[in-house]
Structures are given as C-alpha cells and as structure tokens.
Write a protein that binds this ligand. Structure first.
Ligand code: GDP
Ligand code: MG
Length: 163
C-alpha cells in the first residue's frame, strides 16, 4: 500500500458510504443514525489505478472525556496521526456546522495533509455546499457524491501525487 488515507468528518456526512465504495465491500456500516461507526475500520482501497490503505472513522465527536463520544474522538485522532492524508468530508446538503469549523482547525494543526470533500453534492442541491466548503480555508473542495459515485475521478487526481 502506497499511503494511508483516513476519512474523517462529523457523523452522517457519508464517510462509511465512501469507504465502502473505495473498498468495494460492505465492510462499514452505513446508517442514518449519526455516529453509527464506533470504531476504526481499515480496508484496501482501489480508485482507478491507485491502491492505498483507507481508514473509516467514527466521526470527530466534540467530547474529549471518557464518554462514548470522547472515546470515539480519541480513536479518530489516532487515525489522523496514523494517516498520510486525511479526507475531511462535509455535507454539501446540510451545510456547515460549528463542529465542521472546529474540526477544520484540529486537522490544520494535526494532519500531515488534508483534502477537503463536499459530499452529497449530486445535483443542484450541492452547489451552495460547495461554496460554503471553500470558506473552511482548506483549499478547493472535491465535489463528491459517495452514494452515486460522482467525483471519484477528481479524488483520484488529488490523491495521485501521494502514491
Ligand atoms: P457517516 O456517519 O459519515 O459514516 O455516514 P454514512 O456513510 O453512514 O451515511 C449517512 C447517510 O448519508 C446515509 O443515509 C447515506 O445513505 C447518506 N449518504 C451518503 N453519501 C451520500 C451522497 O453522496 N448523497 C446523498 N444524498 N446521501 C448520501
Ligand atoms: Mg460511518
């Protein structure tokens, strides 16, 4: 495996849906309930010609104490530290939340390399979310629809220099 990608972002933005698409198996649980991925999952990803290792994370929860969200957050921080690159996923339909801005700050300080992705961006509904995502100051977002498999070619081009 040439590099390790960690998929991070708040719960319910579509991290596990993307993980499953990259790994090509139903390894990660996709659920409408926020925070359903409670631990780290690692898989062998294939994206066109690229092969890499991918980590699905629990979603960066805000709590830092010993509660379940606190433990999930610690696991996610471990993934950020272990990864060569973090794919920071935001929800282009729901819009940004204060948690997204907070995590952008954490990733800026902690991650080696960050690629921003605006997911659920299929159709016109994603347009506003793309503009919002620019405002995070993490560069140009990759416009993605993990569910519909859109934007994967652009994601490949952004990851290729790391391979
Ligand atoms: P996670 O909590 O970040 O891992 O999010 P999940 O992958 O579990 O997805 C949460 C919800 O968002 C599910 O209902 C998915 O079907 C939905 N979802 C994921 N990707 C997309 C997408 O590209 N477009 C739309 N419209 N919904 C999506
Ligand atoms: Mg998940």
């Amino acid at each position: 495996m040439s590099f390790t990608l960690a998929i991070v972002g708040r719960p319910n933005v579509g991290k596990s849906t993307l993980f499953n698409r990259l790994v090509g198996k139903r390894l990660a649980l996709v659920d409408d309930r926020p925070g359903v991925t409670r631990d780290l999952r690692e898989g062998a990803a294939r994206l066109f010609d690229l092969r890499f290792s991918v980590l699905d994370t629990a979603g960066l929860e805000m709590a830092t104490d010993d509660s379940l969200p606190g433990r999930m957050r610690k696991l996610t921080e471990r993934a950020v530290d272990a990864a060569d690159v973090c794919l920071f996923v935001v929800d282009a339909r729901a819009g940004l939340t204060p948690a997204d801005s907070e995590f952008a700050e954490i990733l800026r300080k902690r991650a080696r390399h960050v690629i921003l992705a605006a997911n659920k961006a299929e159709g016109r509904a994603g347009d506003a979310g793309m503009i919002d995502a620019y405002g995070l100051g993490l560069g140009e977002p990759v416009r993605l629809s993990a569910e519909h498999g859109e934007g994967l070619d652009e994601l490949r081009d952004r990851l290729a220099p790391l391979a």
